[in-house]
Design a protein around this ligand. Sequence first.
Ligand code: BT5
Length: 259
Amino acid sequence: MDEAPALRRDTVAQGLRTMRFGRPLSVLGRVDSTNEVAKELAEQGASEGTAVIAREQTAGRGRLGRPWRSPPGGLWMSVVLRPVLPASQWPLLGFAAALAAAEAIEGVAGVPTQLKWPNDLIAGGRKVGGILVEAGGTYAVAGIGINANVTIDQVDSELAATATSLETLRGGPVDLPALAREVLSQFERFYDVLTKEPAAILQRWRERSTILGRRVQIVGVQTFEGLAEDVDMEGALLVRTLSGVQRVYAGEVSLREAG
Ligand code: BT5
């Protein structure tokens, strides 16, 4: 069986065809969170596209303070952004990152991938990755996590029912440096589309969505059910309930499929 190439700066940078994303690029060993490292770089003035990849994270994080398991073999990456979009549309940065990750997974690993609002990457009906965008004052950091060559249920048995990995789905390891390169390349492309024509990103996102047209349960300050109808230009989910359409923001809620 083929050995997957090692994740190093040179194996990722070789053949990288981007203008800005991944320039500069750091590939680190074990860090707390690549979002944290990228934030520090952004605070020090790092330019847009600066990217940080780690082989392992000890304190990887998801939304709402949730932990993100990040063993060696996964793709744990963050990119510094300096968006010119109005702040109200910054949630769409997460949509662009998710679209990029899905395209890259399909292109490099050949695994069909869908998106679940707000930030989940879904393959084989399970979570194969996620996006965490964190905003600073003038910058944002987009964190992209993909379970590539990991057996996630061996890392955390609680994830056995909900999570999967590319290696599990395709029955063999994926070329991790090639995946990293393709995520950077697709992200630069979708980010530039977003800057010029945000509505085009929404349309692409809708085409990959798992939940539009389905009944969902929103769990937050209030818990309610409704029909996930659409997403809007601020990345909010529009949920039709008996009392009308509710706009739901990602910062505040979890979403489940309703029976
Ligand atoms: C996310 O949060 O899905 C965003 C994950 C972002 C991770 C990247 S890795 C690079 C960068 N650096 C970071 O520190 N973070 C970013 P959320 O939707 O809140 O999902 C978190 C939930 O997913 C947890 O509560 C678990 O139930 C589950 N989970 C944790 N680790 C997982 C994994 N590796 N695969 C699938 N599910 C996981």
